[in-house]
Design a binder for this molecule. Structure first.
Ligand code: PLP
Length: 432
């Protein structure tokens, strides 16, 4: 019997270990940082050690730690001197921050639809969105899978655009052997508590090979002032913020980074195992991983497909029924973005800095408007997608034995108790 009808859940409460996994090494690292945190003096040694380690990991010449992924992405946009009147291409299906980092620089995001197989930006559609105002592309390694950087680099080169990687969801993944964080001209990664590399609290990492952009990013990090290797001038040279990272979070992230290969190997194996188990199950489509890259399953995206069950029911109703039934079985699936980013109220109402800024004030291009229906693949993904992962990280080393039970729960709900699921979906369809 399904757990929603009083049966025994496949996965019992408390069986899934949380994320991030905290070890004695992590505890020691944080305690050591605590002991050497006074007197407070920038640059902090633990922050520097994290930067050096991330620089080595990504193979990039420069790494700068920040207090969030959003901050690191804004540093990249601002470092390239992108500002009022400029446009930046951003995937329509991503987390909001991939687009708001552009608004933060007073520039305008222009959205591009999704590749239906990888769910990353559809590179084939980029050219038609390029205008004489386009300055950069933000590519997102969505769900934990890198975008197609060979194709992205080619289009960026052809149109003289800066390529920025939003690697917030994909630390540990690789594209043609190169790690996330090292795939574009600049990258911004997040270290928030849910991420595949985490500072437990908040944090971010900026990388580049370009000394000029590195210098600019450092100024954006700290009030527009000069830092490092010289006495601080207390003279803001550009508009800057305070994006400095906390030393205890940096120490934690540095310690986790030492275990990233091991954590990544477990994630990859667990994700691949679940994919294999779901591949032939009617009603769901597990993620596809092209041969030239690896997936770290920050989110394991599952597309709900009534068509493959021979059902003529609203997909959102079936998704809700599947989510309800699976959660009762102890599998923490959830919905993620409900609409493509351009469908969010911020973009519909264009309330940025007020007075139309940055869209139609000053050097902005009047007449820009956002229509989610212009991104049919992203819209379809947002209606079908359930995700497993994130802060209830189902795929970390601590949950290796559980993946088969997740698969068992999917089988129970979709095959063994298909009729119950269909009835629930029909009920939900009537309600909407
Ligand atoms: C794709 C993506 N970009 C950017 C961010 C922003 O990172 P943060 O929360 O560290 O600011 C996140 C996560 O929150 C994300 O998932």
């Amino acid at each position: 019997m399904l757990a929603i009808n009083g049966g025994t859940p496949v996965v019992a409460d408390g069986e899934i270990s949380g994320w991030p996994e905290v070890t004695d090494d992590d505890r020691d690292a944080v305690m050591r940082a605590l002991d050497r945190s006074t007197p407070w003096r920038w640059p902090l040694p633990d922050v520097q050690e994290l930067e050096e380690a991330w620089q080595r990991h990504t193979g990039m010449k420069f790494a700068v730690a920040a207090n969030s992924g959003t901050g690191a992405l804004h540093m990249a946009i601002a470092a390239a001197d992108i500002g009022p009147g400029d446009e930046v291409l951003v995937p329509a299906d991503t987390f909001l921050a991939s687009a708001t980092c552009v608004l933060q620089a007073n520039a305008v995001p222009v959205f591009v639809d999704t590749d239906p197989t990888t769910y990353c930006i559809d590179v084939a559609q980029i050219s038609r969105h390029i205008t004489d105002r386009t300055r950069a592309i933000v590519a997102v390694d969505l769900h934990g899978l890198p975008a197609d950087y060979a194709a992205l680099r080619a289009v960026a080169r052809e149109h003289d655009l800066v390529l920025i990687e939003d690697g917030a969801q994909a630390h540990g993944a690789t594209y043609r052997g190169t790690p996330v964080g090292g795939l574009a001209d600049m990258a911004g990664c997040s270290l928030n508590g849910s991420k595949t590399l985490s500072a437990l609290s908040e944090g971010g990492l900026f990388t580049t090979d370009n000394p000029k952009w590195h210098e600019n990013a450092l100024r954006v990090l700290m009030f527009g002032d000069e830092i490092r290797g010289m006495t601080r001038e207390y003279n803001a040279r550009i508009m800057g913020w305070n994006y400095r990272m906390h030393s205890l979070g940096a120490a934690f992230a540095r310690s986790q980074l030492a275990r990233l290969p091991e954590m990544t190997a477990a994630r990859e194996a667990n994700g691949a195992r679940l994919t294999k188990a779901l591949l032939d199950l009617p009603g769901v489509r597990p993620p596809f991983v092209p041969d030239d890259r690896t997936h770290v399953y920050f989110f394991f995206p599952i597309m709900v497909e009534p068509e493959s069950m021979g059902l003529d029911v609203d997909v959102v109703a079936l998704r809700r029924a599947l989510k309800t039934a699976l959660r009762a079985e102890g599998v923490p699936v959830d919905e993620w973005q409900q609409v493509p980013v351009p469908g969010q109220t911020l973009f519909q109402e264009q309330r940025g800095y007020g007075r139309g800024c940055p869209w139609s004030c000053g050097p902005g291009r009047p007449g820009i408007s956002y229509h989610p229906e212009h991104f049919p693949v992203a819209q379809d993904v947002c209606r079908r997608r359930l995700v497993l992962g994130s802060s209830t990280s189902a795929f970390g080393p601590g949950n290796t034995g559980l993946v088969d039970r997740f698969a068992e729960a999917f089988h129970k709900v979709l095959v063994e108790h298909r009729t119950d699921l269909c009835e629930l979906a029909a009920r939900f369809a009537e309600e909407t």
